[in-house]
Ligand binder design. Structure first.
Ligand code: PMP
Ligand code: GLN
Length: 398
């Protein structure tokens, strides 16, 4: 069997959610909200199941959804996209990533990646025949420097896989960093695969800048979004792909043989949702920001060193401040002895992992966050003293 999949463990998200269930822990590991998501968007989906079209929709996505995506990105990000030739709907951002990598890479092509990286990236790149060139980012600022890019890019670079806002770091890259990355993409004639699933979940008045809007990037960027993140409905798996026609044509060829289509009822509901008033998006952001602030303040009060969270559902703590250097052992101890599940950020590195950062999902009701905080009451103090052992199962995750 293919060693790329045969030799990797189960995704850390699945492992931690299972441990959380077994231990009846408060699950702040896998990123999903407590809230059931907007009732009107869910009602649209239900209505479409009962009285709408439930046979194959068009391969590229429902026309009404593709139009809504174009209008949405025009309204929020100033992009001019042609719904007929530059937009496609996939079954989640994950399918979009897989399809784009299969379509764009030939064996031996180099792909620049930034670690910590979403756990699907590396196996998908490798399975598509890509050779990974990793840039390692470090807390607290996770800065991307010119020297890092100069070391990673080469004339063989075909694709750059970039995630902004960055999960798990919770960082939103600024205009200067995006411009730097764009200059390298142009210089090396590389295509940017830009995972922007967290584009709407950004805080403190930040504005999302799509990489596609940077100079020289319009024709060489594949922009990927996810309705699951836009509407806090992570199980929905409706991905939004935007790219210039020449690139889109090829990605669509891959898509037609991976899933071909995405459930039409969910597509109708997402089309409706994307046209909602600005206030929906502003309020969603404000609610998550409130949760971030509530949970972060609770962590600080309990003696944890909290890293900045500018976007995503996540806030990280630096356990080096507790004298700890093993995030996996720390998370095992948290879930087993204290009943709180979190994610060790080293799981997002392929090598040279940073082992001192632990990620919590704050996209939860106040009562869930408060229950977790109560369980974390003495952890910072104890965390300095206990002997922690590494669990095999988590260790084997990517
Ligand atoms: N990319 C990133 C950075 C993510 O955080 C996630 C999900 N959390 C995905 C992709 C997957 O999105 P989807 O569920 O739409 O496949
Ligand atoms: N993206 C989610 C997270 O980072 C999890 C997605 C998954 O479970 N694969 O927690």
């Amino acid at each position: 069997m293919n060693p790329i999949f045969a030799d990797i463990g189960t995704s850390v998200f699945e492992v931690m959610s299972r441990l959380a269930r077994e231990r009846r822990a408060v699950n702040l590991g896998q990123g999903f909200p407590d809230d059931p998501g907007p009732a009107d968007v869910r009602a649209k989906a239900a209505e479409a199941v009962l009285s709408g079209w439930n046979q194959y929709p068009p391969m590229m996505g429902l026309p009404e959804l593709r139009e809504a995506i174009a209008a949405h990105y025009k309204r929020f990000q100033g992009l001019d996209l042609d719904a007929a030739s530059e937009i496609m709907v996939t079954s989640g951002a994950t399918e979009a990533l897989a399809g784009a990598l299969l379509a764009l890479l030939q064996p031996g092509d180099e792909v620049v990646l930034f670690q910590p990286m979403y756990d699907a990236y590396l196996p998908l790149v490798q399975r598509a025949g890509g050779v990974a060139k990793l840039v390692t980012l470090k807390p607290p600022h996770w800065t991307i420097g010119e020297a890092d890019l100069a070391a990673a890019f080469s004339p063989r670079t075909r694709v750059v896989l970039f995630n902004n806002p960055l999960n798990p770091a919770g960082i939103v890259y600024d205009h200067e960093t995006l411009a730097l990355l764009a200059r390298f993409c142009v210089r090396y004639d590389a295509i940017a695969l830009c995972d922007e699933v967290w584009e709407h979940v950004i805080f403190d008045g930040r504005v999302h800048i799509p990489l596609m809007a940077m100079e020289g990037m319009r024709e060489r960027t594949v922009k990927i979004g996810s309705a699951g993140k836009i509407f806090s409905l992570t199980g929905w798996k409706v991905g939004l792909v935007c790219a210039a026609p020449a690139i889109m044509r090829v990605i669509a060829r891959a898509h037609q043989f991976i899933t071909f289509t995405t459930p039409p009822n969910l597509q109708s509901a997402v089309a409706y949702g994307l046209m909602k008033d600005d206030s929906y998006f502003t309020e969603m952001r404000a609610a998550f920001q409130r949760s971030r602030d509530r949970f972060s303040a609770g962590l600080v009060e309990r003696g944890f060193h909290v890293l900045p969270s500018q976007g995503t559902y996540f806030v990280n703590i630096d356990i080096a401040a507790l004298g700890r250097d093993d995030d996996v052992a720390f998370c095992k101890w948290l879930v087993e002895d204290h009943g709180v599940a979190a994610i060790p950020v080293s799981a997002f590195y392929a090598h040279d992992a940073i082992r001192t950062v632990v990620r919590f999902c704050f996209a939860k009701h106040d009562s869930t966050l408060d229950a977790a905080l109560a369980r974390l009451d003495n952890v910072a103090r104890l965390g300095r003293g206990d002997q922690l052992n590494r669990p095999k199962e988590i260790e084997s995750s990517p």
